[in-house]
Design a protein around this ligand. Structure first.
Ligand code: ADP
Length: 622
């Protein structure tokens, strides 16, 4: 447990006092990159034109096999910069050092923030607007602090990392001012660490005995989004953002409080503090208790559930010690759960002004016993403030026309021809029989029981008919890792199991497979089916959570829909859905290809969802 830089209780002062006394260090001079422009979605008419072109075309010319995709790792190449922590005895000096350089620049920033959050009258029409002028930005502007435990490209273990990256960018296009607060893990690649600018440091009391901890703030501005990293070597120096609960509980108690203290320190009072998952779930409780008398208290809080399975549960004495929260929040309506445990997610849900989750269907499901993970009654009680907004994907990052990790780029106008080059490259690189006529099924996933892998294990031998290939990419539970290794060994040339985390391979699978499997037991939203559709790969999914909300089942009579679905968690039904997909693929390629084009044309961007978040922000802070 981290103790290295703790300060004895006698020297401790209240965090609010420190924050109130101190003024922030000067804002670093960073130039924000110009906001990336959104690519227009390809027109529907293009699909039909292509269809005809392909129908009459001879077999596409053989394309050169792709080079091996880049392998990206999250581990830093060089060791992270040393934390600028001071020893306990030096505490006062540190505070005094920070003071003098603090005042002016940040005051300016605070004024700017205030100015932009006021209502702005509608602008008069301008005749010749400069290229960057956006007359339709919705008013009024809203400022939002995102607080979460991971964010692409700094550190990502799953969908939360994607959302923390893409949603702020989309919100900026909706006239929001966004700061993202993250832990400064040592595993963040050095190319980002070295660009971070020091914004200040202070000491914060955390534990119930008043023990203090160093909080450093390192800032990085990119694409119009400000990322503030909370720096503390004791908590964030392990290789992975999540290790085990014994370390993770103190880590995220510290992080939640440090994030608020950092906002106070930087004198940045957002309209909304938007917290994500259990790692940031204590924020709403801190805000209404230990920070109730600070300037931050005017902010409203939103807590988004990305996955209810993970809740941050530990015994009450430990959480009481590490949070320093008052006794009255350890009651059964807030943090307490069972006989002697505290549940950080539960407490956050109780104190948040608004709860959201990442799809409408999941918002309903989690109020039932089966999906509620023990919090269904609590969620039913708070359902008046619970909403579902489906995730999108970053359509610039996931863009088949520009993706450098593909064997050949393509768009709606040439997908039917150029996608084949990716299929060939995929088969070659994965050691599969190289044959365009095989039906290739991709699966990119954490290998846990949430993802429906028991069903896949059950039916995989039945898929092996000589015409079907399966490519798996993922890491997770030993049981699933080993079972997929076993299948690869048993069905050489037809099954390939990549037991690893590899962005490059993921991109090639999305582009090279014909169909994509997501048979989850539960799925709050799911991003992989969205990426697959954007890459013209037909999803086969279970009708749960976001999968149900985003994949419209194929209807053979009307010839519409985006993929193949099944409802009950049943291996036979999964097999049936795959067989229906195969039947269409092998017997009516024309209709299959139309579905490929429909999928690529489907709007899976963040734009709509970002608008909905903005409306909720306005509901909280009109
Ligand atoms: P979850 O958050 O439950 O893991 P999501 O579908 O929301 O699932 O998001 C998964 C994200 O992680 C996707 O961007 C997917 O491409 C990526 N991903 C999952 N496993 C791997 C892997 N082994 N290698 C590369 N990317 C992966």
């Amino acid at each position: 447990m981290p103790t290295k830089k703790s300060v004895p209780a006698e020297e401790a002062t209240e965090v609010k006092d420190i924050v109130a006394e101190e003024k922030a260090a000067p804002a670093p001079e960073q130039k924000a990159a110009p906001a990336a422009k959104k690519k227009a979605a390809p027109k529907k008419t293009a699909a039909k034109e292509v269809k005809e072109e392909v129908k009459t075309a001879e077999a596409a010319p053989e394309k050169k096999a792709a080079e091996k995709p880049n392998v990206k790792k999250t581990a830093a190449k060089k060791p992270a910069a040393k934390t600028k922590g001071a020893k306990p005895a030096e505490k006062k000096e540190v505070l005094e050092e920070v003071k003098p350089e603090a005042a002016e620049p940040v005051k300016e920033e605070a004024e700017v923030t205030e100015a932009v959050t006021e209502e702005v009258p509608a602008a008069e029409p301008v005749e010749e607007a400069p290229a960057y002028y956006e007359p339709e930005l919705p008013q009024p502007r809203r400022s939002v602090a995102f607080i979460g435990s991971e964010c692409y490209p700094f550190v990502k273990t799953g969908g939360l990392g994607d959302v923390m990256y893409a949603l702020p960018k989309a919100l900026i296009a909706q006239n929001c001012d966004v700061k993202v607060i993250l832990p400064r893990y040592r595993c963040i690649p050095w190319k980002y660490q070295e660009k971070m600018v020091y914004r200040g440091e202070f000491y914060m009391d955390l534990c119930s005995d008043g023990r203090q901890f160093y909080v450093g703030i390192m800032e990085y501005v990119w694409d119009g989004v400000v990322y503030d990293f909370i720096d503390n070597e004791e908590f964030f120096s392990s290789g992975n953002p999540y290790t085990n609960l014994i370390d993770d509980i103190p880590k995220f108690c510290y992080f939640a409080k440090a994030a608020l203290a950092a906002l106070n320190y930087m004198n940045w009072v957002p309209d909304i503090i938007h917290c994500h998952d259990w790692q940031a779930a204590l924020v709403p409780i801190y805000l209404r208790t230990l920070f109730a008398n600070t300037q931050l208290a005017s902010a409203k809080t939103m807590l988004t559930i990305h996955n209810l399975r993970f809740q941050g549960v530990y015994n009450i004495p430990t959480i009481k010690y590490w949070t320093g929260l008052p006794d009255n929040v350890f009651n059964i309506d807030v943090l307490k759960t069972g006989v002697e445990d505290a549940n950080m997610m539960k407490g956050g849900l109780a104190y948040a002004d608004m709860i959201t989750t990442v799809s409408n269907t999941y918002a309903g499901e989690i109020q039932s016993e089966f999906y509620g993970e023990g919090l269904d009654a609590h969620l039913r009680h708070h359902s008046w403030k619970l909403r579902g907004i489906v995730n999108g994907i970053d359509t610039e990052m996931w863009n088949t026309a520009t993706d450098p990790l593909l064997a050949e780029n393509y768009d709606l106008s040439n997908v039917l021809r150029n996608k084949r080059a990716n299929k060939k490259a995929l088969q070659e690189q994965m050691g599969l029989v190289v044959d365009d006529s095989k039906f290739v099924i991709g699966l990119v996933s954490r290998l846990t029981n949430q993802k429906g892998l028991d069903l896949v294990n059950w039916i995989l031998p039945e898929l092996m008919d000589g015409n079907t290939q399966v490519v798996v990419l993922g890491t997770g539970d030993d049981f699933y890792e080993n079972s997929f290794r076993y299948f690869e060994n048993d069905y050489r040339g037809y099954v390939c199991s990549n037991i690893m985390y590899d962005e490059g391979r993921a991109h090639l699978i999305y582009a090279g497979a014909d169909a994509f499997l997501v048979p989850s037991l539960f799925e709050p939203c799911g991003l992989t089916q969205l990426i697959a559709m954007r890459y013209g790969t037909v999803p086969i999914v279970r009708e749960t959570g976001g999968l149900k909300d985003t994949v419209q089942p194929y209807n053979g009579y009307t010839n519409d829909g985006n993929g193949f679905t099944f409802d009950r968690y049943d291996a036979g039904l999964l097999l049936d859905a795959i067989n229906r997909a195969k039947t269409l693929y092998f017997t009516d390629r024309w209709k299959w290809d139309e579905m490929v084009q429909r999928d690529m044309d489907k709007d899976v961007s963040w734009e709509n969802s970002a608008k909905q978040y903005r409306w909720l922000y306005l509901e909280l802070k009109p």
